[in-house]
Design a protein around this ligand. Sequence first.
Ligand SMILES: [Zn+2]
Length: 129
Amino acid sequence: MGKNLHRKKLFGGLMDAEEYHSKHAFPPNAQCQGCKTRGVITRIIVYYPLDEVKKRDPAFAAISEIDPERFLKLVMQTKSGPYVRISTIYACKQCTPSAEKAAAKGPSWSLVDINRGPGPDKAVSGPGS
Ligand SMILES: [Zn+2]
């Protein structure tokens, strides 16, 4: 029998938005990829399908056997199979458009997750500079 899945699920149903955000909250020391400022508003994560990564990088495939715990942290289950987190990029407001453009240039089978954070106005790290 299926489980109840009433809440809106992300990535094919394995995480809901709340779990997702708590798991992937912006680290306080995140820096913009482009200009190295803090105060990032966007996080872009690029995922590749596990099969593709294993094909291209045998060393990565080996990690799954040597260090399964670390490996599992990089893998995200989706409806279309497991994906591996390849890179995480943070960008400030100015750099967001070019960061998004760069991320979109990846292989067509890559999965790009763009997350707009709370923004400087709502940041909890104290008053603005
Ligand atoms: Zn920037």
